[in-house]
Design a protein around this ligand. Sequence first.
Ligand code: GRG
Length: 314
Amino acid sequence: MTPPSESTAGVTTFADYVRGRRAAVDEALGRLLPSPPACPPLIAEAMRYTVFAGGKRLRPLLTLAAADSVTPGGMANDGEVLPAACAVELIHTYSLVHDDLPAMDNDTLRRGQPTAHVVYGEAVAILAGDALLTEAFRVLARGSESDPASLRARRLRTLEYIAAAAGPEGMVGGQVMDVSSTGTTSAVFDTERLRATHERKTGALIRAAAVAGALMGGSSHPVADAVDRYATHLGLAFQIVDDILDIEGVQEDLGKTAGKDADAGKPTYPAMFGLEESRHLAARSIADAKAELRTAGIGGRLFEIADWVLSRTR
Ligand code: GRG
């Protein structure tokens, strides 16, 4: 493990680190996504359209940063970790495509671009989401005959962890809680249910992204558990900031329709606690996330990612 350092994992600035790791993720995604003639051109185009529409790549960055943090020397084996980072981004992108559908949030703008169903129609958008989810697990499972047993075991554990986070016990379950809560007043939608919804809907995949990095980076159980606790706090802060940005954010920065949650009568942190208290809650979650790293002696870029989540404007 790298020595606990809250500032840098080397001489590179955080901005340079993010630029380099994003470029690696984008290159891998471009290579891993299917192309014709292996699949029909329309589905290949719709998948690429959504994946390259301009997302922040927070989740794959978390995977890589967690893996880098637990690797001696501070730079993980990209060949082993990048597939997991890409798989998480593919699952995240599928969730956004389906969330934007008329049957769910019915949104027309995402990542600053018209949503997939606006461009390709509802049927192809549903299928593009299905294809992204399915390809994610193909990317995760892929290996070669010569892979050592230890790498296969890490890959299988990571696959199981990500599947659990994406499915009914995680993100899908959270989305069900969310769609069934729309229009519910704060009085009957208590804060515990709000927290539980967000923990599944947004938090589960953020946790899986970080834990996947720790597992694929070969960390011990206690270190992976600490990364998990860090990402649990981080996921909560991410969602609170998202709720705040839905009210205060600038649509051009967000790349999606602002004010949708309030308009839809969704229970949110600002609706429950007010803006000021929501800001305090987000800051406290980030402090808790960093405390988990310090206690476990984990250094590297995860600290800066936590600061970024709190200060982000998109
Ligand atoms: C359809 C099964 C299913 C689940 C959808 C994640 C989700 C569940 C819905 C998205 C709704 C939403 C906007 C939630 C708020 C948090 C969130 C996931 C924001 C988008 O993530 P960013 O900001 O997006 O990381 P980019 O575009 O930067 O990747």
